[in-house]
Design a protein around this ligand. Structure first.
Ligand code: KIV
Length: 266
C-alpha cells in the first residue's frame, strides 16, 4: 500500500472510494494492519476498555495516549495515524494545543476530539497551527455519563438537525474528517452528502465515506461482547488468521459489503 497522508485520504472521498480504518494500540498490530491495506489507524481511547480493562474511556490519560501513539507509530508501515485526545484533555483551546502537540510529536498525523459546536474555536486554532483535526459526533463515549449509557444518538428530528448543523460548522471551522458513532443510517447518509470532508462511520450504516471498527471487536476477541454494528471477520475467514480477517474487512468495506442493514440503526 502506498504511504498515506491527509491528501491521499481526502482524495478517496473525491474519488468515491471507501476509506478503511481500524484501531490499534501497539506496534505489532499497527504493522499487520498497515501491511494489510488499511489506510488509517485510530489510536482510540477505546484502549481504556480494550487494553486496560476499564468499563469506559474516562480513565484514559494523556500519558496513556502518548505511549500507545508512540508504539503504533513504530510499527506502522504507511497508514495515516489518528490519535484520540482523551477525556478532559481539550477543555480549553490552550490546553488542547499543548496536548495535541504531544500526540503529533508522538507520531500522530491527526488528532480526534469528541463534541459539537463548543469545539469550533479549538478546531480552528488547531488547524491554523498545522494540526489536522477529526471530530467525533453521535455517541461520543467520553460523555457516557451524560447519555446514561451507550445509546444510539440522533433519532429525534431535533437532535438529528443539531448534528447536521454541528457537522457543517465543524467542517467550516477547519476539521478534515468526522467520525459518526451509532446514529441512524439515513442521518449519516444525509450528513455525508452535505459535507466535503470524509465521514467515517461506526454503527452509522453503509453510506458514510469510510468505516472504522475496534480491532479486538472485529476479531471477536471478547466473546461476551458483540454490539450489533460489529461483524466478526475472524469467524468469517475460516482460516483462523488475523491477517486474513483484516484483509477481509478491507475488501468488504471497499466493495460496500460491510456494513449491511443488519449492522445499522434506523
Ligand atoms: O476510541 C475509539 O476506538 C473510537 C472509535 C470507536 C471510533 O473513538
Amino acid at each position: 500500500m502506498k504511504k498515506q497522508n491527509l491528501h491521499t485520504i481526502l482524495s478517496l472521498k473525491k474519488e468515491g472510494l471507501p476509506i478503511t480504518m481500524l484501531t490499534a494500540y501497539d506496534s505489532s498490530f499497527a504493522k499487520l494492519i498497515s501491511e494489510s491495506g488499511v489506510e488509517a489507524i485510530l489510536v482510540g481511547d477505546s484502549l481504556g476498555m480494550v487494553m486496560q480493562g476499564n468499563s469506559s474511556t474516562v480513565p484514559v490519560t494523556m500519558e496513556n495516549m502518548i505511549y500507545h501513539t508512540q508504539c503504533v507509530a513504530k510499527g506502522n508501515q504507511g497508514a495515516f495515524i489518528i490519535s484520540d485526545l482523551p477525556y478532559m484533555s481539550y477543555s480549553t483551546p490552550t490546553q488542547t494545543l499543548s496536548n495535541a502537540a504531544k500526540l503529533m510529536q508522538a507520531g500522530a498525523n491527526m488528532v480526534k476530539l469528541e463534541g459539537g459546536d463548543w469545539l469550533l474555536e479549538t478546531i480552528t486554532q488547531l488547524t491554523e497551527r498545522g494540526v489536522p483535526v477529526c471530530a467525533h459526533l453521535g455517541l461520543t463515549p467520553q460523555s457516557v455519563d451524560i447519555f446514561g449509557g451507550y445509546k444510539v444518538q440522533g433519532r429525534e428530528s431535533k437532535s438529528a438537525e443539531q448534528m447536521l448543523k454541528d457537522a457543517e460548522s465543524i467542517e467550516k471551522a477547519g476539521a478534515k474528517m468526522i467520525v459518526f458513532e451509532c446514529i441512524p443510517q439515513q442521518l449519516a447518509k444525509a450528513i455525508t452528502k452535505q459535507l466535503n470532508i470524509p465521514t467515517i462511520g461506526i454503527g452509522a450504516g453503509k453510506d458514510t465515506d469510510g468505516q472504522v471498527l475496534v480491532l479486538q471487536d472485529m476479531l471477536g476477541l471478547n466473546p461476551g461482547f458483540k454490539p450489533s454494528f460489529v461483524r466478526n471477520f475472524m469467524q468469517d475467514t475460516k482460516t483462523n488468521s488475523i491477517e486474513d480477517a483484516i484483509k477481509l474487512y478491507v475488501s468488504e468495506v471497499k466493495n460496500r459489503n460491510f456494513p449491511t442493514n443488519e449492522h445499522s440503526f434506523n
